[in-house]
Write a protein that binds this ligand. Sequence first.
Ligand code: ATP
Ligand code: MG
Length: 590
Amino acid sequence: MNAAALSGLDERQREAAATLRGPVAVLAGAGTGKTRVITHRIAHGVDTGAYSPGRVMALTFTAKAAGEMRGRLRALGVSGVSARTFHATALAQLNFFWPTLAGDTAPSIIDNKVRMLAHASDSIGISLDTPTLRDVASAIEWRKVKMRSIEQYAAGHPNGIGRLSVERVVDLQRAYEKLKDERRQLDFEDVLLACAGMLEAEPHVARSVREQYRHFTVDEFQDVSPLQNRLLELWLGERRDICVVGDASQTIYSFAGADARYLLDFDKTHENAKVVRLETNYRSDAAVLAVANELMKGRPGALHLTAAGDQSSDAVAATTMPTVTAFDDEAGEAREVASRIRAQIANGIDPRAIAVLYRSHAQSVEIAAALAKNGTASSVLGGRKFFDLPEVRQAVLALRGASVAPMQHGFVDTVRDVLRSLGLTNDPPEAGGALRDTWEARASLLRLAEEAPPGTTLRTFTDELVARAKSNDEPSLRTVTLATLHAAKGLEWDHVHLIGFAEGLLPISYATTFDDIDEERRLAYVGITRAARSLALTWARGSRDRQPSRFLKEIGTGTLREGGASRRVAGQSRPESRRTTGAPLRRSER
Ligand code: ATP
Ligand code: MG
């Protein structure tokens, strides 16, 4: 038996990856190799001939995670596997089967639910502000992923939304559905609902889909919603080749209907399921794990994380201890984080190994500006798509054009010439900001050419670029990553700066109930466990006189140390603006 794909796994991981048939669940903490098990298991199945790649479906929750999965599979020499989101899979099936069922093309997808709701509310003569419309949009999403009817929703939410009575919420939802039908459109959740409906109503469609896909894996299964789980059951039918992996401590989409019980109860719902628990964290230094463990201590079901290299977390050197630093205002916080990052890069750290994480999108603005100001290129994860950038589109077109002309010299040189003619210079421009971003995009195209396998021609290279654009498979720019905690899930960086660790931001102000706060804690946990080598937490008092996050109190001072300011340019140094975290962090107050 060819077991190459199983080398590089520890005993437990191998046990899960070698079980190619029947239901398998891996329940394990952050960084223990769950995603690695999935990819190696698929590679093992393909290598041994147990799986034909075209019949494997690897499901994820975000396009970014699907791209990661494809990248990891490619690195293992596996191609032809479908690694996609639930949504992309459902949409492809709808588009494929709709014409044969209905005789016309599938409905289009609405890109803006709030705008559609505004039209719907006009149609029934009520006028609502945008925040209320957004709340109603969220309620609709929640209702659909929980598979509830409008009537069931109303029964469970007798108090309505804000100043809207439940009767008005019901009227509005009906008007929204009607308008959508009239325009022959579907919203995001309808895609899953319609696909499930199609598979339930049309046995020959179900048969054909099941013929195509036989082996299923789902990463981050703790975030599956009832609707997604239903769809998964329909795809599976009577078969049992399903492997799910997840960590209940990383459930961060409960607000959107996710339910970790599908993961935790997997062995009850799937007869003879093999359940594997992993215990060793291969990602992070013990010092980082100590912070994560403190944060989750005592939470029901929390798994203690142990670092691979170092079995005793007492051995953590003070210098590697994660830091926490408080600032007077957000501008000062952003400036200091940006200058720390600049220092890290000056010390030889690859910008791709650095991330700044935050709770809300809006927090990216200040830090992006501070980085641009000190000449550091950054890109927002899930921001503009690489292949949609105007300079990338232009370059792909130019390369396509060059591919029909006879080649003057080698493939990489030709790519370099084309990119130079479009403005790529040897060194990045001094200035940060848009100019620098453009340079990074072109430079990464050149890097892709340099990394292409031998024998690549301009033609196959541009074909590959077009294919990657279609499947959202983005190359990584040589930039620092900025990401929300939600977007960062499943990913890892050597050096993580987690900003805005203050009450009102993390936990976010609208998290009020016990369950809400628990979800915020899991978000903080996801953020902390992204870091492999170093972790720096920061927060600012700001104009709202924020207090340090309650999670800092829970972590205590045993695993964190006060972060010093990096050396500053004269005149910028305002040591008095830094506060020590002081009293709130004293262990005696925990
Ligand atoms: P998360 O919960 O954050 O999604 P995960 O459980 O999916 O994490 P992975 O991303 O698969 O964990 O693995 C974390 C890191 O540890 C990766 O860099 C991976 O390559 C590495 N790793 C996992 N298992 C091993 C192993 N047996 N030997 C060496 N490195 C490993
Ligand atoms: Mg993972």
